[in-house]
Design a protein around this ligand. Structure first.
Ligand code: IPM
Ligand code: MN
Length: 362
């Protein structure tokens, strides 16, 4: 009997619903072709609902979402809602409550896609960032005293436990073992690079570095270990992106370097990520925002959401279908789209979805 996956769909704000509609179109084509079923349930969490009800996530929402096999998310962020409310109340809350401790962000330049890096092509830009997704400056540890006075003091602490670091490193080593450049037939070795700041953040990245080498030496001697400071990482992303294979880093550095990564792979139109709990419910999203100025115009690029859907299939265990989605996206970038930028694709949002879905069905 065909497998059925229960998928929660959260289209969210702005262009989220438009790009999610195309991702769903492609997923349905994949389900049809690869003989699995999807049972989709849509949730209206986001800025509009918040404006109407004053609620970010209603009571019981997290428990409800726990019952699904995966979550597909569009975008969170609304021009009428102060920054931080929806991000913390929906996106970060789901990541934390569902303990999605990995944020997996591939940086891959597809054929036909323009990169701002001179003389670099798909051979050079093909790596993955494993961003820790529960700790660091994101825990809300800190506070403000003497607020509003000239002596106001603000503290926001970066926090990591050995447990958090170890489980993230384990995922990253396993990932490098399965999907590193050697494993993918793209190089001589599988490499895991730690991106940190051991020269200044000596406590936090001292812990990461010790744990990294201990685990690597004891359990993954075949995986080459490298270390880069975060500032140097930014430099090498631009100058020598071909050096990288799998990179593991803390939450805040991971947030920052993956925006740079998104730009060198062709922009927010294509960059996707997965918030992964390897033992639980994972959530997949385009890493760009809600793009209010393009909302409702049928011009936004849906490929990032489509790629997020592909990553979801991989995590659900539908590896063949995931590969077919990626191959279809690559076919469309190589042979169809003029540009990945909103309004400049040469096709509308829904036409791009049609192109990918048709290719998947072939
Ligand atoms: C991301 C975003 C979020 C983050 C924001 C919206 C809270 O920038 O997914 O990278 O900082 O993690
Ligand atoms: Mn970010």
């Amino acid at each position: 009997m065909a497998k059925t996956y229960k998928i929660a769909v959260v289209p969210g704000d702005g262009t989220g619903p438009e790009v999610i509609a195309e991702a769903v179109k492609v997923l349905k084509a994949a389900a049809n072709k690869f003989k699995f079923k999807m049972d989709l349930t849509t949730f209206d969490f986001g800025g509009e609902r918040y404006k109407r009800t004053g609620e970010t996530l209603p009571d019981g929402a997290v428990e409800e979402l726990r019952k699904f096999d995966a979550i597909l998310l569009g975008a969170i962020g609304h021009p009428d809602v102060a920054p931080g409310i929806l991000e913390k109340g929906i996106l970060l809350k789901l990541r934390f409550e569902l303990d999605q401790y990995i944020n997996l962000r591939p940086v891959k330049l597809y054929p036909g896609v323009e990169t701002p890096l001179k003389n670099k092509g798909p051979q050079d830009i093909d790596f993955v960032v494993v961003r820790e997704n529960t700790g660091d400056a994101y825990t809300g540890t800190g506070g403000v005293t003497m607020k509003g006075t000239l002596h106001e003091v603000a503290v926001q602490s970066a926090v990591y436990s050995r447990f958090q670091v170890d489980r993230c490193l384990k995922y990253a080593f396993e990932y490098a073992h399965k999907f590193g450049k050697k494993a993918r037939g793209r190089g001589e070795k599988n490499t895991l690079a730690l991106c940190g700041k051991t020269n200044v953040l000596t406590y936090i990245y001292g812990l990461w570095e010790r744990a990294f080498h201990e685990m690597g030496q004891a359990q993954y001697p075949d995986i080459t270990r490298e270390y880069y400071h975060v500032d140097a990482t930014c430099m090498w992303f631009v100058k020598n992106p071909e050096w990288f294979d799998v990179i593991v880093t803390g939450n805040l550095f991971g947030d920052i370097i993956t925006d740079l990564g998104a730009m060198i792979q062709g922009g927010m139109g294509i960059a996707a990520g997965g918030n992964i709990n390897p033992e639980g419910v994972s959530m997949f999203e385009p890493i760009g925002g809600s793009a209010p100025k393009y909302t409702g115009k049928n011009v936004i690029n849906p490929l990032a959401a489509v790629c997020a859907g592909g990553m979801m299939l991989e995590t659900l265990g539908e590896a063949k279908a995931a590969r077919a989605v990626e191959a279809a996206v690559m076919d469309v970038t190589a042979n169809k789209l003029k540009s990945l930028a909103a309004g400049k694709m040469g096709y509308s949002t829904s036409q791009v979805g049609d192109l990918v879905a048709t290719k998947v069905a072939e």
